[in-house]
Write a protein that binds this ligand. Sequence first.
Ligand code: NDP
Length: 498
Amino acid sequence: MVQEYGLFVGGKWRKSEGKRFETRNPATSEILATFPSATKAEVDESAHVAKAAFEKWKKTPAPRRGELMLEAARIFRRKKEDLARVVTTEMGKVLAEGRGDVQEVIDFYEYAAGEGRRMFGETTPSELPNKMCLTVRMPVGPVGLITPWNFPMAIPAWKSGAALIAGCPFVLKPSSLTPLCAAKFVEVLEEAGFPPGVVNMLTGDGAVVGDGLVAHPDIRAISFTGGVETGKHVYESAAKKMIKVGLELGGKNPILAMEDANIELLMDGVMFGAFGTAGQRCTASSRLIVHQKIYDQVVDELVERAEKLRVGNPIDPKIDMGPVASADQEKKVLEYIEIGKKEGDKLLTGGQKLKGGAYDKGFCIAPTVFAVDRTKRLAQEEIFGPVLSVLKARDFDDAVAIANSVRYGLSSSIYTNDLRWAFRAMNDLEAGITYVNAPTIGAEVHLPFGGTKETGPTDTREAGTTALDEFTYWKTIYVDYSGRLQRAQIDTEKIVGA
Ligand code: NDP
């Protein structure tokens, strides 16, 4: 029997007035559960509930908030295997990566819980005697979290963990492709015992629930991860309310392979970076920019490796790569493959949907490699699938010029044993993240994560202590214990002369 979920508002699972939709396994098309499409009235109600909960939650000492998060992390750890299977079944990444998704939840909740005992501000001398100055972080208020399907537990955890420790109740709006992962995530927070109204989740249409949260007067910040066009729309409507917006919108991440690269290491990295999660990571290594001296060797080895990948149902531990997440994703990726062929890019391997037997029920695409010219669409646009574009560079400067020629700037990488190239790449690559001798994926939760250019505003930095910036503002406090009126700037001379 397919489980029917409701909305989670005010600490309870509730029925909705909205229509229901199904979530399916992208490898088998099996229906996993059904969810409601929340109505506008339900969006309003959840925002009111979060606002009411804010009054108490902001006054709960941050270390106490952290204790609840540690309790949640313990439950996530206990349920890790079951939750990983839900991730794999609903989203389609292989089980090892499904476990990675849940581990990221545990890591970030533990890390963010510790912030409850830090969350440092500054103290600084006053220019006047018997007066002190300090800064403290203040929670912005109830917040909306709009999340995608590719990290269906980790991204809700990054956003909610930072919001919770900062003192902000949240309304989570997960992708309509992965509501079951979100529901399982919220069930853990429910079990951990967060006060009613602090944790809320509404499933449903992005244009109704997502837009509704962004526009709602009680929602004081939005954290969004997803496509560029949706992100720009969110940014524009949030600007009308002058609220904080975190936007993380994807990339076209390059690996630079220099002539002295360790080819074996490079190949391991490229396979993981390009085809892990079937290429559906915002940090996926979607461009390989190869020095002309090693180009032919790299291309030969790449094709050989890509053709050995076993593609299929990701719940099977022998499988290296699962399906893409939905029929729409499959259509988009296949369209890009056609664009590449039409524009004259050289298809080196793959380039088709896998068919026959169990493949007919899912959305599996063969690992695909194109040799691409730098100006072509496959070299410039985010595909978000198992399609790698290989480009030839004359030298280091040319490789950097190719790397920086796209509108995105999230992650980047260089394979070299020459310190000069490594350090120049750290400086010259236009990206929020640079890896040396590792692929463009592999973010750790205690370091800032975000990009530049159209990846999102450069003040969006999830994870790390910078995650708090999305959900807090700085209050500056002056305490004058002189017992008399002291005037900054005006009384300065008197003090100097005193
Ligand atoms: P979207 O940007 O449409 O969806 C991301 C989230 O935004 C979902 O929760 C979605 O809800 C919601 N949303 C949709 N419309 C609105 C709106 N008007 N206002 C507020 N929220 C809204 O991405 P898709 O899932 O459609 O994927 C499309 C492309 O986006 C991918 O092919 C990929 O290129 C990119 N992408 C990038 C990601 C990243 O990590 N940066 C992650 C996922 C996708 P709903 O699901 O109900 O539509």
